[in-house]
Write a protein that binds this ligand. Structure first.
Ligand code: UD1
Length: 416
């Protein structure tokens, strides 16, 4: 199993390009299932999760051609509607094939994802929405089986804001008969990017980016070409690294308008931020100031940026309170950060972080994707050597992170 070895304390300087967004690429890959003509995608990140999704789609009978950041997905020859446990268990986003399969083929059999390290994460809202659209759904032997001759448009209220739930239902609704209204929809930019891809394929969607999405069903979708949006979480992670360890970095190929909550907190922490249309420059010359935050659905502060800000707070001046409202068990990085000398007190879904002047290197273990990113940031700051084990979590969502950080002057290497 690979690990990362970091010699901390080097400020970061230079320029780097941010990759396409994992959380936009995954649903958009599934959207290809809705058409019998190829979907061409640009700016597809080279990540384990993307490879897993491609494997799942290939297993269903789609043909995928990948050349660098370009990918073509041809779902004209789909021969199976079953997403097996072996693939779904490694990536919860596999549930995103459910809506497209039942909408285009009238049937789907998708393994239940089960729990994951950061919490229960049920898929009841995906199921409830599809049932409201007329699908007959059974959950047995660990699988969700859905059937419908043609889905019908309807009015759906989700009980909570769910990102992949909104995406699954929006995709299903594109081929339903009549109009579907999704209330309490997720407003995440990745939902909007998916809507853009679907619209290019001929779908009729209004309100993406608001909490009320209206989809007018059409008979069929066609092939299209789409560029995946920039990864606001990858970008935010590098910005936090600079805020923690100091330096000056320009991030290119980003969409700053999708990052307001993160940029606001970085300014509060004392970072100097400059913005262009598709770039962000950050400069940090002093120790950061602690910030308090509460995770919330977009446009609130993203739960996927929580661990990275906790790492910044660890060496900040002052005390910051971090409240996690989306997932019930997303503080595992706190215990690992303590191994590096952080002063963190946990109380339920709140972490009180008292900044210390310095962290000291140690061996720590990554527990989930964003927790790993938090540990990398802490390792970049800590004195001496930090070893991060189980970085397969990191590879699920970051493209060549150690190479990008080395390019900025960090002393970091991967060892098998
Ligand atoms: C997506 C993102 C993930 C991010 C999360 C929250 C992708 C591939 N993943 O995950 O990176 O951390 O949004 O921004 O885009 N819930 C239910 N029932 C459901 C669905 C969700 O109870 O049917 C709950 C979840 O347990 C969680 C909350 O709703 O507590 C939000 O989850 P959700 O937005 O669905 O997360 P994902 O879409 O899985």
């Amino acid at each position: 199993m690979d690990k990362l070895i970091i010699q901390g304390g080097k400020p970061l300087r230079g320029e780097l390009e941010v990759s396409g967004a994992k959380n936009a690429a995954l649903p958009i890959l599934c959207a290809a299932l809705l058409a019998s003509e190829p979907l061409e995608l640009d700016n597809v990140p080279r990540l384990h999760d993307v490879a897993t999704m491609a494997r799942l789609l290939e297993q269903l009978g789609t043909k995928i051609v990948r050349a660098g950041e370009h990918m073509t997905i041809d779902a004209s020859g789909v021969s199976s509607v079953e997403a097996p446990y072996e693939l779904v268990k490694t990536m919860r986003a596999s549930i995103l094939v459910l809506g497209p399969l039942v909408a285009r083929f009238g049937a789907a059999r998708v393994s239940l994802p089960g729990g994951c390290a950061i919490g229960q994460r049920p898929v009841d809202q995906h199921i409830k929405g599809l049932q409201a659209m007329g699908a007959e759904i059974h959950v047995e032997h660990g699988y969700v089986t859905a059937q419908a001759s043609r889905l019908r448009g309807t009015h759906i209220f989700t009980d909570m804001v769910t990102v992949t739930g909104t995406e699954n239902l929006m995709m299903a609704a594109t081929l339903a008969e009549g109009e579907t209204v999704i209330e309490n929809a997720a407003r995440e930019p990745e939902v909007t990017d998916l809507a853009r891809a679907l619209t290019a394929m001929g779908a009729r969607i209004e309100g993406a980016g608001t909490d009320r999405i209206i989809v007018h069903g059409v008979e069929r979708l066609r092939g299209a070409r789409h560029r995946v949006m920039a990864d606001r979480i990858e970008a935010g992670t590098f910005l936090c690294a600079v805020a923690a360890v100091g330096g000056e970095v320009l991030l290119a190929r980003v969409q700053p308008e999708t990052m307001e909550a993160t940029l606001g907190k970085l300014r509060e922490a004392g970072a100097r931020i400059e913005l262009g249309n598709d770039w962000v420059r950050i400069a940090m010359s002093a120790r950061p100031r602690a910030v308090s935050l509460r995770t919330a659905p977009y446009p609130g502060f993203a739960t996927d940026m929580q661990a990275q800000f906790m790492a910044v707070n660890c060496i900040a001046e002052g005390v910051g309170t971090i409240t996690e409202t989306i997932f019930e068990n997303r503080f595992m990085h706190a215990l690992e950060l303590q191994r590096l000398g952080a002063d963190i007190a946990l109380d339920g879904n709140t972490a009180l972080v008292k900044g210390v002047p310095a962290l000291s290197g140690a061996t720590v273990m990554a527990t989930d994707l964003r927790a790993s990113a938090g540990l990398v940031i802490a390792g970049l700051v800590a004195r001496g050597e930090t070893v991060i084990e189980r970085i397969y979590h990191l590879d699920r969502g970051y493209e060549r992170m150690e190479a990008k950080l080395s390019g900025l002057g960090a002393v970091i290497e991967r060892r098998s």
